[in-house]
Write a protein that binds this ligand. Structure first.
Ligand code: ADP
Ligand code: ADP
Length: 232
């Protein structure tokens, strides 16, 4: 009953005859309802791992099962559909569209659907998601009229609107002061308590104890805490 299963995932980059092993034989299973935090220093492979989990990049070798389905066997169209439906992304930089209001930003992932929901269904879903992040009064605002922390909460609502299987979070608090960062982390904790599966990567260890499981990535491999202690 795993949402995500990575089996022996390797990722190599080749740049001007220099080869980097960004990920080395990564094995990872994420259970439904889990809140996993992956931390590690710059360059350890966090972005690479998140790109693979988010189906934005393919591994050099190994297998990725999402809800039991081998991602490599999906066609491009099917892969795009699965990514849009099953994966919610949250980025450090929010990635909201400044020209449209909060409602339309949150509704956007629904408009890429083959079977686009009715306007009434869209309205209901957007209102449900904005309430989950505590910003119901801001639906008609534009992103630039909101604080950084509020913008990040809007981006969380947008990530939730398709009922994804997992939220992938990349340094969610990286651009926020600590008070807004705390508010955003509280949203993740609440969502997880209501059953949302989360995988968050960060080099910021401050918020790691919000997670139900913590892994450390160093030079493309997971380290057990015990091994790290011995290495220091
Ligand atoms: P992190 O997100 O933890 O900072 P990355 O996943 O971005 O780490 O990078 C892991 C390693 O892979 C680093 O050595 C980085 O330089 C290398 N790398 C990442 N992306 C590329 C790329 N597109 N081409 C070449 N090397 C890359
Ligand atoms: P972050 O610090 O936000 O995790 P990174 O600096 O690791 O982001 O990477 C930003 C982008 O640059 C990523 O898309 C990554 O694949 C790419 N990248 C990282 N390192 C290299 C590299 N050595 N050569 C080429 N591209 C890279």
């Amino acid at each position: 009953n795993f949402v995500v299963e990575l089996k022996d995932i390797c990722k190599k980059f080749e740049l001007e005859h220099m080869q980097t092993d960004a990920l080395k034989n990564i094995n990872l299973q994420i259970k439904k309802g889990e809140y996993l935090s992956i931390s590690g220093p710059s360059g350890c492979g966090k972005s690479t791992l998140l790109s693979i989990l988010g189906m934005l990049d393919a591994p050099s070798s190994g297998e990725y099962l999402l809800n039991g389905k081998n991602v490599a066997e999906l066609s491009d169209t099917e892969g795009a559909r699965v990514r849009n439906k099953e994966i919610g992304f949250i980025f450090q930089s929010f990635n909201l569209i400044d020209e449209i209001n909060v409602f339309d930003n949150i509704a956007l992932p629904l408009s890429y659907r083959d079977n686009k929901p009715s306007n009434a269904e869209i309205k209901q879903k957007v209102e449900e998601c904005i309430e989950l992040v505590g910003l119901s009064s801001r639906l008609l605002h534009y992103p630039k009229q909101l604080s950084g922390g509020q913008q990040q909460r809007v981006s969380i609502a947008r990530a939730l609107v398709t009922n994804p299987s997992i939220l992938l979070v990349d340094e969610a608090t990286g651009n926020l002061d600590s008070k807004s960062g705390d508010a955003v982390m509280e949203v993740f904790s609440n969502l997880n308590q209501q059953g949302t599966t989360i995988c968050a990567v960060t080099h910021d260890t401050r918020y790691m104890d919000h997670a139900s499981r913590q892994l450390k990535l160093l030079d493309g491999v997971f380290w057990q805490n015990e091994e790290i202690r011995q290495a220091i």
